[in-house]
Design a protein. Structure first.
Length: 362
């Protein structure tokens, strides 16, 4: 009911991967960015495993900052709203006496920063001998020099058969060293390279250079474009093409690396807000773009390598996107086309006379 009331309808990829594994009792090392639903990915199994009739600390969630501690405990309380689970948050910079008093009452789940929890454990008021699950969020930050000694001491207060879940956006050496020393056969989840061509139908059209604009015009008239991004391989070509598209009577913005940053930001902002249907750009624009409304990507100039192709065509971050990618291929591009297909393990088919709208329109 807690999950339902938070409005979660289906698990995000990180939740789908970590929750079942966490419930089996395995250690986990998961790599995921913020904004991917990782807090619930560890809070849900933590709440699920707590025995509410046993008034001891059963889960500790370590975070590097006070703000994150408050936010995480809030998520635990909301998700566990219909359970009789007592959540406590403790961080440095607040009254130690209040925390000690609070620990005389039942606490099942403790969220906090490492120094304060260690302090309470050393004083004998925070009893961790029954704590079977330790969760480290933002593990890369927790294993920086200021926190690592506290965490290693803290682990000695936990039972030998404890389960450790680590979530981190990056995997520096410290994270690897720590994993090798303290995690038993961890299950590794890596969702950082979530740029994917899933849900995107890819076509190529074999054209001569001088037919490209005509071909683009045909695509505009035949496709059901919500918003499109059109890639060129040079600044010069971006401007020329944008001019051509405008002459053909279609609305169009352009963006490239030689423009001033605030001008670029403004174009991006307006395009994102739907002020214009088509955007012509160079590769500067490929990373981290996630515009929900873009359903067609056109490579007016075919890229030279597979990474560029993936960043242009694979839409970042959000799952459940349908899209269409159309590549205009000249005789010179044919080897690159074949190589990119091989390297990405994907198929780029010849464009059919008619494209079913269901494959790229929601």
């Amino acid at each position: 009911m807690g999950i339902y009331e938070k409005g979660f309808e289906r698990p995000s990829p990180i939740q789908e991967e970590s929750i079942p594994i966490a419930l089996t009792g395995s250690d986990i090392l998961a790599r995921a960015k913020n904004g991917t639903g990782k807090t619930a990915a560890f809070c849900i199994p933590a709440l699920e495993k707590i025995d509410q009739d046993n008034n001891v600390i059963q889960v500790v969630i370590l975070v590097p900052t006070r703000e994150l501690a408050l936010q995480t405990s809030q998520v635990c309380k909301e998700l566990g709203k219909h359970l009789q689970i007592q959540v406590m948050v403790t961080t440095g910079g607040t009254s130690l006496k209040d925390d000690i008093m609070r620990l005389y009452q039942p606490v099942h789940l403790l969220v906090g920063t490492p120094g304060r929890i260690l302090d309470l454990a050393k004083k004998g008021v925070c009893i961790l001998k029954n704590c079977s699950m330790l969760i480290m969020d933002e593990a890369d930050k927790l294993l920086s020099p200021e926190f690592q000694p506290s965490i290693e001491q803290l682990i000695h207060f936990l039972p030998a058969n404890r389960q450790i879940l680590m979530f981190s956006a990056t995997f520096p050496v410290t994270v690897k060293d720590f994993k090798d020393r303290y995690l038993k056969k961890p299950y590794v989840i890596n969702l950082m390279d979530e740029l994917t061509l899933k849900g995107i139908t890819q076509y190529y059209a074999f054209v001569e250079e001088r037919q490209k604009v005509h071909c683009l015009n045909t695509l505009f008239s035949k496709l059901q474009i919500n918003q499109s991004i059109i890639f060129c391989n040079s600044v010069n070509r971006v401007e020329l093409l944008a001019k051509k598209i405008t002459e053909l009577g279609y609305s169009c913005f352009y963006i490239h690396a030689k423009m001033l940053q605030d001008h670029r930001n403004r174009v991006f902002h307006d395009f994102r807000n739907g002020a214009c249907r088509n955007l012509v750009c160079t590769d500067l624009f490929t990373r981290g773009i996630d515009i929900q409304a873009v359903n067609v990507v056109i490579n007016f100039d075919f890229p030279k390598n597979s990474e560029t192709y993936l960043h242009r065509v694979g839409r970042s971050g959000r799952f459940g996107h349908l899209g269409l990618a159309v590549n205009l291929i000249t005789y010179e591009d044919r080897f690159n086309l074949y190589r990119i297909e091989q390297e990405l393990g994907t198929e780029i088919k010849q464009i059919p006379p008619h494209i079913d709208q269901a494959i790229y329109c929601r």
